[in-house]
Design a protein around this ligand. Structure first.
Ligand code: NAD
Length: 462
């Protein structure tokens, strides 16, 4: 695979300060496909300086000009979507059709939405005798994970550009090639030098240097709750703004009046997509006791149908971790009805689509984020019981409710402590705010709420 051996800083690819590299591995066959530089504090410093130098001019551009650059970026992503999909498949392992539809497709939608929002957003409003201006926060340090490598970059960079901020991106070490392609796209789109900068590197080295850098005004982090907590503390200690998109353990609540077969089928598919590596996946399926056995049979059947169509997990560490969780589920008394801890292939980090029945809410597999193709069916007695179970984790990122009557589902969803709920299989909306309640995070991404994260207000009184 094609890789740059430098950092994209101030509009050009520049050699890294040090000589360390990161090997990029294809998780489907465990072969090294490329190497990228592992940047350090010096590279981060150069990138932040470039972003700061570019800030005054970019912040002063008319929103229509920023909208035009984001639209151009969207067009490059469209033109290069096959290359993007192939790159994501090579370094993340997602099956190519999924990479085409989701990993390449969704960022195009999101970039398009911010091209429109940049042009239409009210950056100035009258409030009584005041004029309130929404001004860019400044230099953004963006730290992203590997599971939706391009989406998570675009969900930060597009609104930051729309707001008039400049950016330094530190992408996940497992998926740097997608990030390098994105930097090429930004360049092709004619975004001025220094407005967007890329430093590849390890989290505890380059990521930490970025979060700590005094030239960064906002740290926008997506990743695990453990690292998010640390990053948030670092940013908070320096009185920097911070946005955290963290883990999840979402509930798929199937009320007795729902279409059970559909709810179970869509629910299993939701978890298996991207090999279960989705923060908002509905990994706990809550079923009324009267329908429980039927739901278990349907879920086992749905998972078995997935068979070989599921991609590998991203790396050896996640492979061991997810299989460890499955072993723990068995050890704690849950009943395996599909899949299991054995690796289904000799090569590649594959895990079989796995379904657990007889899961109780306090089990580890019902509390902790597994981040693999594992769904747990939990029994409930009545609606209050279902609500208690649904809300009974430290997370609150997403969820689903199914009912015969939409109003019944909405009434339940309104009682859930979570940031986003799909009603009877509702469709993805790139303008709907996405983000967590409780330990799933702070702040929102996407749409106008996502744009607001990159703005600060100034009031002038008359
Ligand atoms: P991670 O927390 O290990 O890494 C995320 C990013 O943080 C990477 O770029 C990594 O290099 C960097 N990092 C690691 N240590 C750091 C440090 N000490 N200082 C600064 N940066 C550091 O997470 P991951 O394993 O890459 O991704 C999976 C996690 O991301 C899951 O928990 C998942 O739920 C979460 N996630 C959340 C959302 C959301 O929107 N809420 C979306 C996708 C993924």
């Amino acid at each position: 695979m094609k890789a740059h051996d430098g950092m994209y800083i101030d509009g050009a690819w520049r050699p890294a300060a040090g000589r360390d590299t990161i090997a990029v591995v294809n998780p489907a066959d465990e072969q090294v496909i490329a190497e990228v530089p592992a940047g350090g504090a010096e590279d981060v410093d150069a990138a932040v300086r470039a972003a700061r130098a570019a800030l005054p001019a970019w912040a002063a551009t008319a929103p229509a000009e920023r909208a035009a650059r984001i639209a151009a970026l969207r067009d490059v992503l469209v033109a290069r979507k096959d290359e993007i999909a192939e790159t994501v498949t090579a370094e993340l392992g997602a099956p190519l059709p999924f990479s085409q539809a989701v990993h390449a497709g969704v960022p195009i939608l999101v970039a398009g939405s911010y091209a429109e929002l940049a042009a239409s957003y009210a950056f100035e409003e009258k409030v009584g005798n005041s004029t309130v201006y929404a001004e860019p926060v400044g230099v953004v340090g963006a730290i992203t994970p590997w599971n939706y490598p391009l989406h998570q970059i675009v969900a930060k960079v597009a609104p930051a550009l729309a707001a008039g901020c400049t950016i330094v991106l530190k992408p996940a070490e497992d998926t740097p090639l997608t990030a390098q392609l994105f930097a090429e796209a930004v360049h092709e789109a004619g975004v001025p030098a220094g407005v967007f900068n890329l430093v590849t590197g390890l989290g505890p080295v380059a990521g930490q240097a970025l979060a700590e850098h005094e030239g960064v005004d906002l740290v926008s982090f997506t990743g695990s709750t453990a690292v998010g907590r640390k990053t948030g503390a670092t940013a908070g200690a320096a009185v920097k703004r911070v946005a955290l998109e963290l883990g999840g353990k979402s509930a798929n609540v199937i009320l007795p009046s729902a279409d059970l077969a559909k709810a179970v089928g869509v629910g299993v598919a939701n978890v298996m997509g991207n090999s279960g590596q989705t923060c908002s996946a509905w990994t706990r399926m809550l079923v009324h006791t009267s329908q429980y056995d039927e739901a278990v049979a349907l879920a086992a059947e749905a998972a078995a149908k997935y068979g070989d169509r599921i991609g590998p997990l991203v790396n050896a560490k996640q492979h061991a971790r997810v299989r460890g969780y499955i072993e723990k589920g068995v050890a704690q008394g849950a009943r395996l009805v599909a899949g299991g801890p054995e690796a289904p292939r000799e090569q590649g980090y594959f895990v079989s689509p796995t379904v657990f029945a007889d899961v109780t809410p306090e089990m580890t597999i019902a509390q902790e984020e597994i981040f693999g193709p594992v769904v747990s069916l939990i029994r409930y007695e009545d609606e209050d019981d279902a609500l208690r179970i649904a809300n009974g984790t430290v997370y609150g990122l997403a969820g689903a409710v199914w009912a015969g009557d939409e109003a019944e589902a909405v009434a339940f969803a309104r009682r859930m402590d979570t940031g986003q709920v799909d009603i009877n299989g509702g469709r993805f909306n790139p303008l709907a705010p996405f983000g967590g309640y409780k330990q799933s995070g702070v702040g929102r991404e996407l749409g106008s709420h996502g744009l607001a994260e990159y703005l600060q207000t100034k009031s002038l009184q008359f």
